[in-house]
Design a protein. Structure first.
Length: 391
């Protein structure tokens, strides 16, 4: 069996974990900050939180296509240095305009850094263990999505400054790691030089990665309601214990199931994994929407952890399956653009439901988004089988 756990593989996992802890911590922190300090609506607070993702989307769409021209390591260093400067800027926020501007710029640096790291990992893991390798790597996202919101909720209750100081320390650590990380550069060929000057759609997106990216987009829209509103929702329905333990339950489910899903993709194929996890995600959002006890809310967390929690790893494995090594960055970027877009527009769109129908309706809307993802993937299977029969 080919070796998976190299030094650079582990360092990439650590770097991604640091990046996502800061991302999720500040996502929760800024939502509450906007509501309590600047007296804005839930939807406007969701915009302040989600504009970070819009910045990431712009970076992936525009800057990431030049990754191999600039140099992967150079781009990573530039990104994490500016990211740290933005993190320090949170100490000086005095209004919504400054907050949104800061979030947008930092989102761009996050988009650059996460694309470099994810592309590097997809390039260095053995092809025969790619699903497993990406599965373990994306556990760093899972841990970040659990640790970050937990710290973002709990630390400000002790002292609001603690959350920001921790983000400062993690951002500096990320800079140190970027300098010591060994990143293999890809030699740019003539065709890439020609394509990068073109502004056709295929130079921004990898066509073979678009179908799975649409599935990821719909799943991310649904999950964005969890990411942005689960704390407020659990408080509103009187399930504070379930809300405080939500991300722990979500993460445990991811930690157990995500590596298994990666191995299953390598051994049995995509559909054996994707169909069950998408159906499980639907059930998870329904459980959250209908929760009247801490147990049901935590059951929803586990189901969403098994479902949506497996999409980034399974999605990236599928996205790079049919592309050459020099297209890994574009395929990875295409998937992450979809995830970012869903997480960016989701809080704002779903937040508009709250004043009219309440928070429970938000999570039913999440279930509908997950159902659409499930139906779209079934359509992908049917189309694939028809094409195989035709051949």
């Amino acid at each position: 069996m080919e070796k998976l756990w190299s030094k650079d593989y582990v360092l990439n996992i650590v770097g991604n974990l640091l990046l996502f802890v800061v991302f999720y911590l500040l996502m929760v922190y800024t939502t509450k900050l906007a509501i309590t300090e600047f007296n804005v609506s839930v939807s406007e607070a969701g915009l302040a939180s989600g504009i970070f993702i819009v910045g990431a989307l712009v970076a992936r769409l525009v800057i990431s296509r030049y990754m191999d021209f600039i140099g992967r390591k150079r781009m990573l260093i530039i990104a994490v240095v500016i990211h740290a400067i933005c993190t320090f800027g949170y100490h000086f926020i005095d209004g919504m305009l400054f907050l949104c501007t800061l979030r947008f710029v930092q989102g761009m640096t996050y988009g650059m850094a996460s694309t470099v790291i994810a592309t590097t990992v997809a390039s260095i893991v053995p092809e025969s263990r790619r699903g497993e390798g990406i599965g373990y790597f994306t556990l760093s996202i899972t841990l970040g999505s659990a640790i970050g919101p937990f710290l973002g909720i709990s630390l400000p209750q002790i002292n609001p400054l603690y959350a920001l100081v921790l983000c400062d320390v993690l951002s500096i650590s990320l800079i140190v790691l970027a300098f010591i990380l060994n990143i293999t550069e890809i030699k740019v060929g003539f065709r890439q030089r020609v394509e990068v000057k073109s502004f056709r759609l295929r130079t921004f997106f990898e066509p073979t990665a678009i179908p799975i990216s649409i599935v990821a987009l719909l799943g991310a829209i649904g999950y964005s309601a969890v990411m942005s509103y689960i704390g407020t929702y659990s408080e509103t329905i009187g399930l504070l214990l379930g809300g405080s333990l939500f991300y722990i339950a979500y993460s445990i489910a991811c930690l157990i199931f995500r590596p298994i899903s990666g191995v299953m993709i390598d051994r049995y194929g995509n559909h054996v994994v994707m169909v069950p996890i998408l159906f499980t995600m639907i059930l998870g959002f329904v459980a959250i929407a209908l929760a009247h006890s801490n147990l049901i809310l935590l059951l929803g967390a586990v189901l969403v952890g098994i479902g949506y929690g497996s999409i980034p790893s399974a999605g990236q494995t599928i996205a790079v399956q049919k592309v050459k090594l020099n297209k890994f960055s574009l395929a990875t970027s295409t998937l992450y653009i979809a995830l970012d877009l869903g997480n960016g527009i989701g809080p704002y769109i779903l937040g508009m439901v709250v004043p009219i129908y309440g928070f429970r309706a938000v999570y039913m809307c999440s279930a509908i988004a997950a159902l659409l993802a499930f139906l779209f993937y079934i359509g992908m299977i049917i189309k694939s089988r028809k094409e195989n029969v035709a051949v």
